[in-house]
Write a protein of this length. Structure first.
Ligand SMILES: Cc1cc2nc3c(=O)[nH]c(=O)nc-3n(C[C@H](O)[C@H](O)[C@H](O)COP(=O)(O)O)c2cc1C
Length: 167
């Protein structure tokens, strides 16, 4: 079982959740990689790809929304988000199973999901969805992650493995 979890995170909330998802997936060959440094051609032996990012302006972040985050005091602005990583990502040679998640503010609950947009792009590239796009809640723009969400992320990771043909 070889899984890769690619994340984007400005304040660290999505990264924390990505690490929980990876822990839930388990296995020694599960990697967590920042979209800024993730390879644009995935290794051919990957059994599961998970992509997670923050919802910005009802969708995936852009250079402009990341700049808005910087103006709101964020110190860590990634040079590339999941949107740009997927724009560069090569089609997989086979229908690699994929799942996506995003983070969104708990209150007010806004429409729009980065995970849904990411899934559309990944399906267009030839990946095969194994779960509905998932959302995890954060308090405000900078977090922290809402109560119970880290545990739920870990369980979700474990569930994904169960859905895979070999799981
Ligand atoms: C410019 C900007 C736009 C945002 N737009 C939305 C939005 O449309 N819906 C939402 O639920 N959260 C929105 N947020 C809050 C982010 O989802 C939140 O900052 C993110 O989940 C935190 O994750 P991170 O610590 O991994 O960056 C926005 C944040 C920024 C900076």
């Amino acid at each position: 079982m070889r899984a890769v979890v690619v994340f984007e995170s400005i304040w660290g909330n999505t990264e924390q959740l990505a690490r929980e998802v990876a822990a839930g997936i388990g296995g020694e060959r599960t990697e967590v990689v920042d979209a800024a440094s993730a390879p644009v051609a995935l290794d051919s032996d990957i059994d599961l790809l998970v992509v997670g990012g923050p919802t910005h302006a009802f969708s995936m972040s852009t250079a402009a929304t990341r700049e808005a985050a910087r103006q709101q005091g964020a110190e860590h602005i990634p040079t590339r988000g999941i949107r740009e990583w997927m724009e560069a990502l090569a089609s997989p040679g086979r229908a690699v199973p994929v799942a996506t998640f995003d983070t969104r503010v708990v209150s007010p609950r806004l429409p729009g999901s980065a995970a849904k947009k990411a899934m559309k792009r990944l399906v267009a590239l030839g990946f095969r969805p194994v779960a509905e796009p998932e959302t995890f809640g954060v308090h405000g723009y900078s977090g922290p992650v809402a109560d119970g969400e880290l545990e739920r992320a870990r369980r979700w990771g474990t569930e994904l493995v169960g859905i895979l043909p070999s799981g």
